[in-house]
Design a protein around this ligand. Sequence first.
Ligand code: FES
Length: 571
Amino acid sequence: MTDTNKTKKLTSYGDSGFSQFIRKAFNRHLGFDPDDYEKPVIGICNTKSEINRCHSHIQPLIEAIKKGVLLAGGIPLEFPTISLGEINTSPTTMLYRNLAAMDTEEMIRAQPIDGVVLIGGCDKVTPSQLMGAASADIPSIMITGGPMNNGEYEGRTLGACSDCRFFWQEYRGGEIDDNQIEEINEALAPTAGHCMVMGSASTMAVCSEAIGMMLPGGAAIPATENKRLNHAIETGKKIVELVEKELTPSKIITRKSLENGIRALMAVGGSTNAVIHLTAVAGRLGIELPLDLFDQLSRTTPFIANLRPAGQYQMEDFYRAGGTPAVLKELKPLLHLDELTVTGSPLRDSIDDANVPEVYRNIITRFDAPLHTEGGIAVLKGNLAPNGAVIKPKAASQELLKHSGRAVVFSSSQDLEKRIDDPELDISPDDILILQNTGPVGAPGMPEAGMLPIPNKLLKQGVRDMVRISDARMSGTAFGTVILHVAPESAVGGPIGLVKTGDFIELDVENRKLELLVSEEELEKRRSEWEAPVIEGRGYTKLYQECVLQADRGCDFDFLLAATKEKATTN
Ligand code: FES
């Protein structure tokens, strides 16, 4: 065997000749002749799992990738890593994103492969694979399972899972009955694929394309379309070429390509979770992405994709309108077009042929006729969030974006569940709901608890939105005037943990302000009385709580960051 990437990765028996000998003997069973392993060996890192419904259709895609690899002269070998399905993982997939990233990184690094295709689909899978591949840094390419087709109920388009939340709220408010909610339940997630609104899965797929880690157009192709199989075959062919060109993630994921990713995130009104994930991917390559950069790019990126939950349409419609390449083409004046992508060429070449058919201009608008002049996410700061917090203004009630109100505090998710629907709860629509101890350390794992339910007594009065503030996240499919990722979090002594019911809070999204209107003397007094929660977990959870970084730094483990090599400027 020659000294390829894979022969460097010999199992350690203290005798390299023996290691090669025994590998040759055992690998005869993998389906290829020993000499075939001289060709590029491509790992297909897949996260399929019967418990993760967003991966139910992954196997045919894997077979298509294998065809592409073989057609291009490589040897495909599939291997599994942890699967993170949003709906069936307790307490939250975010707790395990870093574990999945470590699994991905270490299996890429440990096994005798020259390149890797990353295939998955649900919210945390894509970022974990990008993080792992960035650290392992062998030629890599991303493909997702693609979004579900639209659902439908009584003539209305349904989207998972913005409508899960919308109709559940209507059901709690008594607007729909048991039969209706059951019929809606049957129609919410009608096909294979991941959630079909611009939630976290769709957003991270769009960002993967914009960063350059996915072939053009891949994010939006519905899971059920033949074109996704074609895309998988092309992905398989392309990874062999990437191996030949030695084009690794560190040559593709740069500060500039990440800025392209942030621009795309803002233009499509994507998930707030992507702020955390992009920061974490960057950290794996020593690139800093401060929250201020996200805000600056949001302020200067037009919001041009009319997609739920911030707009009206869904991924199937986005696909027909031209998908990510069409959005990137509109954003051309703002992008770093020379950045390399997995096509082997600059981003410029990926978007030249993109086109929005006139009939779909209501889905992707022109750059100079946007839905809004600013992007989809705003970063707030103030004495309540010294290191930042985020809000999705386009998915909020516009009249609440500047609001002062009395805080009503819940100390944990358990406290919230116990009291939120208590008829005796002292609450009015102008109050601000605060949820503490739901951050990365406190929960632990920063669950998607940030879209606090509206108290039942207010729902029955017709209230459908209130200002809600927490150190938690929310699903990318969720909506409302919801302020998230408050950093530092309650459990590490952040000011959000010092708020008491009856305090007043001022929110001013236009001026990016989030202030707790309590004197510094009083806050100092509360700080001196504050006691850090005792961390009682064991095993992985304990490791997580001890090593996780705060939301503004991407919630990765401190020991997984690369040494800083590129500081993002906000100029
Ligand atoms: Fe998998 Fe929504 S549950 S993407």
